[in-house]
Ligand binder design. Sequence first.
Ligand code: PEP
Ligand code: MN
Length: 337
Amino acid sequence: MLVVMQEGATEAQIQAVIDRLVALGFAVHRSTGVVHTILGGIGPAAHFDPTEFAVMEGVKEAHRIMSPYKLASRHFRPEGTRVRLGELEIGGPAVVVMAGPCSVESREQVMAAAERVARAGARVLRGGAFKPRTSPHSFQGLGEEGLRYLREAADRYGLLAVSEVMDSSQIPLVAAYADILQVGARNMQNYALLRELGAQNKPVLLKRGLSATVEEWLLAAEYVMNEGNYHVILCERGIRTFETYTRNTVDISAIPVVKKLSHLPILADPSHGTGRRDMVLPVARAAVAAGADGLLIEVHPEPDRALSDGAQSLRPDQFEELMGQLRMIAPAVGRTL
Ligand code: PEP
Ligand code: MN
């Protein structure tokens, strides 16, 4: 913590800041410059609001030095985290592709999707059984029936399965069928859900909230980790900006930013990120080139008939084309596929 006092700050104002720093557990180092007095607070205190200091009498500015998250910070594990699931490793040298329909709609649909994505090289089958739809009148997912089909399809084609948990009450059910528990963008700050997932032993795929800063996102990961589950995989899925051409704006720079700030693996979801099938391939290529540890891609055997997110779902042949491109891009950035 660094507090810069205003020019001419009184001794009483300086002392008030020192007292507050000491009360929070900081050791205080005072430097008196020609114009400004600077107070450096050294210590483990992570839970404070720098604005509390910024608004004190006589203070010019106040800056936090340590990140507010600890377990999710790069410093906690400088070598990076590899989330292991059997033979699959997320965060290792291989780029891991997770693909499948937005929602599980029928046994036939998810079987057809699984067959094609597995053959093209995907390692994890995606498919929602509980869907966070913007309208309550839209298809809400098949629930347990959908999870059963997802598991069956994943097992038949040698894939792992990822599916969304929208509410704490769904955790036991989704965990009984899926290998990875997905937290949707709308739930990134559902702290009760994050805490419950922290008590599970399955990896959590944590999507970035629609308008979440990277710091808020890493603090959401911290909630899960703070309960003991360190298997968190982040997923950049686009944020809301003033641009309307695409559904969201994919923050490609969030990938290197997260790599710098955190040890957690990070995926990109160009399907929700762009909302358009014709934009998924270029953005997927960009994400891998930028250092993403994997991708989450919507693929539907017949996107024009999809019950959710058809416009952004790839046809299987487009997914094959993408995988072919990634086989060239991954080695160019020191990865395998
Ligand atoms: C999804 O993956 O189908 C989904 C609903 O994603 P998001 O939470 O990113 O909107
Ligand atoms: Mn979707």
